[in-house]
Design a protein. Structure first.
Lengths: 400, 337
């Protein structure tokens, strides 16, 4: 039961009108607090029935999606919500009546996260789906799950879809929304800002990358750290903004080499079932080759391109284009922090692997000062909770 | 002139004399390894040395994209006589192929010899592309200019040249990008019966930027609008990163290069040759690339066709680029004025 998807200007107009009217009715009936409680209950129920909702032939691993969804659900309880409402000063307030969401195709749950935030501010959502049909199926599955447990809430979410660059539909979408949340490339965000200038407020979630820091340790612990970081890397084909593209190893060249070896082994096991298409293999092959123009670079990985580790001599934030291509370099704490600080505006999250709680605390403190919105233990970077201020933007108050 | 350069020039101008291409490709690789800084780094990181590379198939290929990011040249760029840029969308950086005076001479020798082998003797050329003054960094315009163009033109500006050829019974070669031909057919409704022996050479494809005309339809238009039969129509496959070209004859013909231009079709999932008849990425080895690199890995998808190959597409991850865009960009720019 996927419901209808608006594909014409007339359908968009009707969908927007219906969403506004349903939202008014629900707020009148319930009020913000009761509506928020229903969202919490519905999400918990939807998360527990997620396995039944995995779309067929999806390229995303159910384990990754399930981990992200359960983390979101666990983080959203009444007490946590109260804290968030107070922290952001939005208790008793409602958001923009109709929020337009422009969803990127990098991760499957973007539509879920974005629409849940909107529901928590009692806003209706008109979601423009990505052209990637896999991501669209995940969005449908969310609404279907929600409709099973709370049809009223599900009726506040509608979908729209058209190939990008249709001026008439783009204009209608901008016109009908009171606020736009745009996820994707910086160019996509900019194009919506230009289109919406003077008409509709736009909040952009543009291009960000993530990295990991691992503290040199005994061989068996390095293997465990490597396994956890490999989990962060391989989730969603390393295409999300929380996917580490560079791993900093604290220590000397020997530490780096032993970590590279452990990471290669972990990636190899975790990507056993990854099938790389010819087109993607061509892209990864080109990425591997381009990396080799930098002095002192070593590339390792299987010929079938399931994973690639690029080892660098210089301690810098080295970027890849995702697709399980990860850079590794080493340095002392000061070198690593300098490399991160230099690119802090670009970094979404950092996952840390260390047995020392003091190291976690040290990096958490330093990286928070740099404005990095997500710092967590390795293995869990893809599972943020509801209170995560993506791109440093408040979760709920920005929707008012 | 160094001995190597002399030997390569001889291999290009007299390929039938002795088959030296295999050895010369390796010798040229060694020159690039020691004198082309970025390529030397690339090879060192790959573990490829003068000792380990003993046959042309072992020469490390650089992705065509590397020409965008690096100056792949054996001499300083300020000592180069020419640089050719790929076209490409305005949002992407162009490839740069630097050539010193020796490289430029070898390029011109190669393109003339390759043209003579594939197309035959030179005759009056009408070039549907910007001239070398308007596009000094276009390798396609340089190629046409080197062959000798009687008339450069666009759209209906070629009409007078074709009318003269028809009236004087002088065969001509019309050489242009597929996009330029499409524009010419749009802007003029004229038909010609060009003299026997006239030829058409199209290149560059459409690169996904305009409504594409399938090749058989394009060749049918050549027959209908110019009166030139399929057997006298050719496709050229070249790129700014190369100094030699492949040609095919007729709508169904396969692309064949001269003896000094080799190719391989690679499975990107193994890095090895594809099985016979399977599609893969085309990798090129050009003995005329004196100043840059011998081996270039493209993102064009091809299938082997017994001695030659057919291009069947382009990896979707690759940028839209190619000679057609120069024509298209200039066309758009002019229309915007």
């Amino acid at each position: 039961m996927q419901g209808s998807v608006s594909q014409t200007v007339a359908e968009l107009r009707v969908a927007a009108k219906e969403l506004r009217s349903r939202r008014s009715a629900l707020i009148t009936d319930l009020g913000p607090a009761a509506l928020q409680s229903r969202v919490i209950r519905a999400l918990a129920s939807a998360a527990s029935s997620m396995p039944a909702a995995v779309p067929p032939n999806t390229r995303f691993r159910a384990r990754d999606v399930s981990g992200s969804l359960h983390a979101l659900s666990r983080s959203l309880n009444q007490a946590a919500l109260e804290r968030l409402l107070d922290k952001e000063g939005v208790r008793g307030r409602v958001g923009a009546p109709l929020i337009g969401h422009v969803i990127a195709s990098t991760t499957p749950l973007l539509a879920w996260f974005s629409a849940i935030r909107a529901l928590l501010t009692c806003s209706a959502s008109l979601v423009k789906l990505p052209s990637d049909s896999d991501c669209s199926r995940w969005a449908f599955s969310f609404r279907d799950l929600l409709a099973n447990v709370d049809p009223g809430l599900a009726s506040l979410i509608a979908f729209a879809s058209w190939q990008g660059g249709d001026p008439e539909l783009d204009a209608a979408f901008v016109e009908h929304a009171d606020l736009l949340l745009v996820y994707g490339a910086d160019t996509t965000v900019d194009s919506y800002r230009i289109r919406a200038a003077g008409k509709t407020r736009v909040i952009g979630y543009g291009h960000r990358v993530s990295c990991s820091v691992v503290e040199c340790d005994l061989a068996d612990r390095m293997s465990r750290f490597a396994w956890a970081i490999a989990r962060d890397i391989t989730a969603y084909d390393q295409l999300g903004c929380l996917s580490p593209q560079c791993v900093f190893v604290l220590g000397d060249d020997n530490c780096r080499r032993s970590f590279v070896s452990a990471l290669g082994a972990a990636l190899d096991r975790q990507t056993q079932n990854r099938r790389v298409t010819t087109d993607i293999a061509a892209q990864i092959g080109e990425t591997r080759s381009m990396m080799l123009f930098e002095p002192g670079v070593r590339v390792t990985g299987p010929t079938d391109m399931r994973w690639t580790v690029v080892e660098h001599d210089r301690c810098l934030l080295h970027l890849s284009q995702g697709l399980v291509v990860v850079n590794v370099c080493s340095g002392e704490r000061g070198d690593v922090l300098a490399a991160i600080r230099q690119n802090a505006g670009l970094i979404q999250g950092v996952s840390i692997a260390s047995r020392l709680l003091t190291s976690h605390a040290f990096f958490r403190g330093k990286l928070s000062i740099m404005g990095i919105s997500r710092v967590c233990a390795a293995g869990g970077i893809q599972n943020p909770g509801i209170s995560w201020p993506e791109n440093g933007i408040p979760v709920l108050s920005c929707l008012l | 002139m160094t001995k190597l350069l002399e030997a390569i020039a001889q291999a290009i101008s007299e390929p039938q004399r002795e088959n030296t291409t295999d050895r010369l490709l390796v010798d040229l690789f060694r020159r690039h390894l020691s004198e082309n800084g970025p390529y030397g780094t690339y090879c060192r990181n790959l573990g490829a040395t003068a000792e380990t590379v003993t046959s042309w198939r072992q020469i490390p290929a650089v992705p065509a994209a590397a020409f965008r990011r690096f100056d792949l040249t054996c001499v300083a760029t300020d000592r180069c006589a020419s640089v050719f840029y790929s076209s490409g969308t305005t949002s992407t950086q162009s490839s740069k192929h630097w050539m010193d005076a020796d490289a430029l001479r070898l390029y011109e020798l190669s393109l003339k010899c390759g043209f003579a082998r594939a197309i035959g003797p030179l005759m009056s050329i009408v070039a549907l592309m910007p001239d070398t003054l308007e596009a000094p960094h276009s390798s396609l315009s340089h190629m046409a200019g080197t062959l000798g163009v009687a008339q450069w033109g666009w759209g209906d500006s070629i009409c007078s040249a074709l009318e003269s050829a028809q009236a004087g019974n002088c065969p001509v070669i019309i050489f242009g990008t597929a996009f330029a031909f499409a524009m010419a057919f749009q802007t003029t409704s004229s038909h010609w019966i060009l003299p026997r022996g006239s030829k058409i050479i199209e290149t560059g494809g459409f690169k996904g930027r305009v409504a594409e005309i399938p090749k058989p339809e394009l060749y049918a238009l050549f027959r209908e609008r110019f009166g030139v039969d399929d057997k006298d129509c050719y496709s050229e496959y070249g790129m700014c990163e190369l100094s030699s070209q492949f040609y095919s004859n007729g709508a169904e013909g396969q692309l064949v290069g001269p003896p000094w231009l080799r190719h391989a079709i690679i499975d990107p999932r193994t890095g090895e040759d594809v099985s016979a008849g399977e599609p893969g990425l085309i990798r090129l080895y050009d003995l005329a690339n004196w100043n840059s690199v011998v081996a270039v890995q493209t993102q064009d998808i091809a299938v082997d066709a017994g001695g030659g190959f057919k291009i069947i597409g382009r990896s979707p991850a690759a940028d839209v680029r190619g000679c057609s865009l120069t024509a298209e960009e200039i066309w758009s720019h002019r229309n915007a004025r």
